[in-house]
Design a protein around this ligand. Sequence first.
Ligand code: AMP
Length: 214
Amino acid sequence: MIIILVGAPGAGKGTQSDILRERLGMLHISSGDLLRDNVKRGTELGKIATKYMVDEGSLVPDDLIIDMITHRLAMPDAESGVLLDGFPRTVPQAEALDDALDLKGKMVNAVLYIKVEDDVLINRLSGRWICKTCGHIYHEKFAPPKVPGVCDIDGGELYQRPDDTRETAVKRLVVFYNQTRPIIEYYRERGLLQEVNGDQTVEKVTQDLLDCLR
Ligand code: AMP
């Protein structure tokens, strides 16, 4: 099973992926997490990616991302099924994924689009806090931790992603509409796209996503 989660930044892809990975027992591959790991380890890819991710809020070039993801998909743990989050984000990436899967006799099975209005997205992105230890996502207004700056689950320190400022959030949304929206049509034309309203409780969004996979 190859499932793709699509949504604008702040739509809840990360939160839902964490839940779905557990509920479905699937490997979760997030292109953003892979890139942030490269940035942390100071790899060549990480150094190049930083410029796009933080300084500009724009997309990392297709060839670098396609290379990174196809390598990850070729690992043995990806054999039995993958939940893709944040990839593909452009039509060339979607085409490259189809080609890579085709070579293995596989294909994309479902594309789930988590849809949320822009004003909601901007508010969500600019108040987001993440646990350094377990990655749980909080929001200072909509889902605050019991103690500010401290994770409810494991007591870890909370941090804000450098690209979660209001200014970068707006830029990331523009990038989503210009570059990622076309993949929604790409998958709709192929009969793979299903839409879910992302402006509901986390539990309801999860339920709607699971219903799409029935
Ligand atoms: P995310 O965690 O998915 O919001 O991704 C954070 C940032 O990583 C994005 O704003 C992009 O700069 C970069 N990025 C993640 N996935 C991709 C992708 N598939 N193509 C290009 N850039 C990406």
